[in-house]
Design a protein around this ligand. Structure first.
Ligand SMILES: [Zn+2]
Length: 307
């Protein structure tokens, strides 16, 4: 069986034809979103790409940023005119294939359940560390959505009271310390005290540059890494106490830093856990890497139509 997965974002969208059994991506195309074109035009272009690669696909799954309920995008931060737009309906009509939509972080955790590190587990907590911090929770085999369908915003738990300001208006959210955006911001803010840091030898400061510096023992890189690991450690221990997961999976660009965060993070998590939770779950980095977006989106459909 084949499924189309659409990894939709404010900058680009990727459409993939996925073999539902193996998770192999048989065809894939990436295009610019051009957010200014608006809902009607963008969805037309997405449907054109789906129609060109769909073959005999049984369903379409879409992972989209924003608050999504019943196939309707209620609000999406980087897409100004996407307010209460019926994304699933529209793509379904334009392609003639049943279409299902989920928030991108929820799509990520579903992708892990169907194809990644969450295979065989019914209790999964997932965090995407990218431009922001997204959260997805599967509990008792079911995607946790909450009363209005907007729950599991794990990136906005407060881990540093009076900490840095978050895009949501609060201070000290996990997202304001552990996202790629936050890592770059912290490096720039501390530049004047660490002018000789290797971070500033780079033309363009990115989370990757900061994490590479930490790996090399650079002082500022290490300070930022330690702050981020502490924030993540507090948050993950809290999630473990609430959800009692079998596995915690990290994805997104920052997770590529690998052992420079994973090793100290596991120690931190353990230090914040109640004794009865120690050793009850593993913290891992998503094995899906560049395939996580399309496979997550495809899993949104699989969750509805089955394999
Ligand atoms: Zn926040």
């Amino acid at each position: 069986m084949k499924i189309v997965g659409v990894d939709f974002g404010g900058t680009t969208f990727t459409v993939g034809l996925v073999d539902a059994e193996s998770g192999e991506i048989l065809k894939e195309e990436q295009h610019e979103t051009r957010a200014w074109e608006g809902f009607e035009r963008i969805t037309c272009r997405i449907a054109e790409v789906i129609n060109s690669i769909k073959e005999d696909a049984k369903a379409v799954g879409i992972g989209s940023p924003g608050s999504i309920l019943g196939g309707v995008v209620k609000f999406s931060p980087n897409l100004p005119d996407w307010k209460d737009v019926p994304l699933a309906d529209r793509i379904g009509k334009l392609t003639g294939i049943p279409t299902f939509v989920e928030n991108d972080a929820n799509a990520f955790v579903l992708g892990e359940k169907w194809f990644g590190a969450g295979k065989g587990y019914d209790h999964i907590v997932a965090l995407t560390l990218g431009t922001g911090v997204g959260g997805g929770v599967i509990t008792h085999g079911i995607l946790l959505k909450g009363y209005m369908g907007i729950g599991a915003e794990l990136g906005h738990v407060i881990v540093e009271p009076n900490g840095p300001k978050c895009g949501c208006g609060n201070h000290g959210c996990l997202e304001a310390i552990a996202s790629a955006t936050a890592i770059v911001r912290m490096a720039k803010e501390m530049k004047k005290d660490f002018l000789d840091s290797e971070i500033f030898r780079s033309d363009r400061i990115s989370a990757r540059v900061v994490m590479d510096a930490a790996r090399n023992g650079d002082k500022l890189g290490t300070i930022i890494r330690d702050r981020m690991v502490d924030a993540l450690g507090r948050a993950i221990a809290g999630f473990a106490h609430i959800f009692n997961p079998q596995i915690v999976i990290l994805g997104g660009g920052v997770s590529r830093a690998g052992d420079v965060i994973l090793k100290p993070l596991k120690e931190k998590v353990e230090s914040y856990l109640m004794p009865s939770f120690v050793g009850t779950f593993d913290v891992v980095i998503s094995p899906l890497l560049d395939r996580a977006g399309v496979l997550g989106a495809a899993s949104v459909a699989l969750e509805n139509v089955g394999r």
